[in-house]
Structures are given as structure tokens and as C-alpha cells.
Design a protein around this ligand. Structure first.
Ligand code: HXC
Length: 286
């Protein structure tokens, strides 16, 4: 069932702020990324979401398109971000059918719980490859379109800070590597790598008008990651120790996305926006 608007976006944002923008999103059929894209589409953007499962990806794309009359949302399945050709083909389709890419959300991730001594080298590599290599491949494949978008939005071709928005990147990371988390060495190393990828991108590509930031979600209710990675009773106990005393929602992450891609985020570059109610600072939820 489609989400009611107040489940994925605050009333603070104005309709049309992302008119004529295009967002490309990996992991776009997942709970968090689909809410991020849905919010952008609601506010005017068109979108291309990619994923490994064709049926799920196409269905989620159709569902997101209901957020706004006339929205174009492509769902491109069978895309494995570990394979550059696979990502490049999806990017080409997005640029061909939607006219370019203004915003990138690199959200594809893999995860499971495993102790170090039971984790095979291939299991470790699988998550590093999906998260780090996959994010890099996605950045590399979308970069020409992002640079073109950023240039279009610079007022005089010289300013480092673009007027209007385009050429914006969000990498979706996590907080588990801040405090160290048992059973997730593979994911912790991967997320630290994503933070470094984003920071370097911000530094190298800022002069070309690109901004690159990380959103690090905390425990977000109703997500596949939370359902699979944590026992409900453990989480409910742990949540009592969190400063804001609740799970995050997909709306919290969608709002952060709108902020970073909108004019309000023009001068934010190379940052990690932690959206977790200060959970990681307590060490209560990990
Ligand atoms: C130990 C495991 C395992 C498990 C897989 N492997 N699952 N090892 N425990 N539970 C091992 C396999 O045995 C194999 O090693 C290697 O990993 C690759 O497995 P494959 O199934 O062949 O790989 P693949 O099909 O590429 O699957 C990738 C995956 C998968 C990561 C293993 O689980 C996946 O894609 N999951 C869905 C995506 C997902 O989890 N999304 C939510 C992300 S949430 P061997 O040695 O046998 O060959 C998120 C939030 C982070 O990121 C923050 C959390 C708080």
C-alpha cells in the first residue's frame, strides 16, 4: 500500500523545489532509499532506482511514481553495483530516458551478522564489494552527468558553491563503525570506507561544483536491516537508553535528504549527517 504523505515527508518542504531534477539511486527499492526518492519525487524530481531484484525494483518504482501526478520513475532491475558495466548500463538508461542526473544517492548495501572467526574471506569481500566498490562504481558511472549538472547550476562558471542545486551526492552509511559493533566487522570496515570515499569526493570535486555528503542513519524502524540484524526485545530495551527515546523513521532520513539536495544545503560538503537521535553517542543501540 502506498505510504501516506506524512509518513515519508514533513510539511516544511515546498512543492516544486525539485522540478526538472533527476535522481539516480542504488538500493532504491529498499525501505530507506525508496523513502528518500519518494520525497524528492513528491517535490518535483524524476527518478531512476536500481536494484538486484527486477520485480521488486519495478514495483517500487511504480509505487514511488504515485507520489506526484506526471512523475517519471524508472525501475532498473538486475543491476549489481559490483559490476561496473551493469551500473553504467543503468546510468545510460537514466540519462537517455530522463535527460541527465542531478542527484545521486548511493544506497546499495549488503549486511548480515557473523563473528570474525566464522566469516569467510569471500563473505567479508562480498560486503566490501557491494558497499565500497559498488559506491565507487556508481560515483564513477554517474560523474559525467553530475559534473554537467553542477556546471549548469553555477552562475558564472567560477564559483565553487553552486547557485541552485545540481551535482549533489549522498552516500548512505551507518554509525556502527563509530563505536565498534560486534558481529559486523565486514560492515563496519565498509561503512568507514564509504565515509572516506565521500570526504575525498567532496575535496576533489568541490571545485567542479559537486557536493558530496554522507547520511548515517541510526536505528530506523521497519527497515530490513533492523528486522534482520536485531532482536525486537533487545532493541526495545536499548531504545530506552537513547536520548530521543525512539526509533528513527524513514521520514527522518527523507527530510535530511531534501535538506542536503535543496538550496538549504548549498554550502554543506564533505559532511556526515548523523540522523540517529544521538543513539551512537550512548553506545546503547549497536
Ligand atoms: C555468514 C554469509 C552469510 C551469513 C552470506 N554469507 N550470508 N556468511 N553469515 N549470514 C557468505 C556466503 O557464505 C558467501 O561466502 C559470501 O557471504 C557471499 O554470499 P552470496 O550469497 O554468494 O553473495 P551475494 O549473493 O552477493 O549476497 C550478498 C550478501 C547478501 C551481502 C551476502 O546478504 C545481501 O545482499 N543481502 C541483502 C542486502 C541487505 O542486507 N540490505 C540491507 C542492508 S542494511 P562463501 O565463503 O561461502 O563463498 C544496512 C544497514 C547497516 O546496510 C547498518 C546496520 C545497523
Amino acid at each position: 500500500m502506498p505510504l501516506a504523505k506524512n509518513e515519508y515527508l514533513s510539511d516544511s518542504w515546498k512543492d516544486g523545489i525539485f522540478d526538472n531534477k533527476v535522481v539516480f539511486c542504488t538500493g532504491g527499492a529498499g525501505t530507506i532509499c525508496s523513502a528518500q526518492v519518494r520525497a524528492l519525487v513528491h517535490l518535483g524530481a524524476n527518478a531512476c532506482i536500481v536494484g538486484r531484484n527486477p520485480e521488486k525494483t519495478e514495483n517500487v518504482a511504480k509505487d514511488i511514481a504515485t507520489a506526484r501526478r506526471g512523475a517519471k520513475v524508472l525501475g532498473v532491475g538486475s543491476v549489481d553495483v559490483r559490476n561496473m558495466q551493469s551500473v553504467q548500463a543503468a546510468v545510460n538508461k537514466c540519462v537517455g530516458e530522463l535527460g541527465g542526473i542531478d542527484f545521486l544517492i548511493a544506497g546499495a548495501a549488503g549486511n548480515f551478522l557473523a563473528p570474525i572467526n566464522q566469516l569467510s574471506p569471500n563473505a567479508f569481500k562480498s560486503v566490501i564489494d557491494i558497499d565500497v566498490l559498488g559506491s565507487y562504481n556508481t560515483l564513477k558511472a554517474t560523474l559525467p552527468a553530475l559534473v554537467a549538472s553542477a556546471q549548469k547550476h553555477k552562475s558564472d562558471g567560477k564559483k565553487a558553491c553552486p547557485d541552485g542545486t545540481g551535482g549533489r551526492i549522498i552516500f548512505v552509511s551507518a554509525t556502527i563503525h563509530y563505536t565498534t559493533t560486534p558481529l559486523q566487522v565486514h560492515v563496519s570496515v565498509a561503512k568507514a570506507g564509504i565515509d572516506a570515499l565521500s570526504a575525498t569526493t567532496a575535496l576533489e570535486l568541490g571545485p567542479r561544483g559537486i557536493t558530496s555528503n554522507v547520511i548515517a542513519p541510526g536505528p530506523i524502524g521497519g527497515t530490513e536491516g533492523m528486522d534482520r540484524l536485531s532482536r525486537k526485545e533487545d532493541l526495545e530495551k536499548a531504545m530506552k537508553g537513547v536520548p530521543l527515546g525512539r526509533y528513527g523513521t524513514v521520514k527522518d532520513i527523507a527530510d535530511a535528504t531534501v535538506y542536503l539536495f535543496g538550496d538549504a544545503g548549498n554550502f554543506v560538503n564533505g559532511s556526515v549527517l548523523v540522523v540517529d537521535g544521538a543513539a551512537w553517542r550512548t553506545g546503547a543501540v549497536n
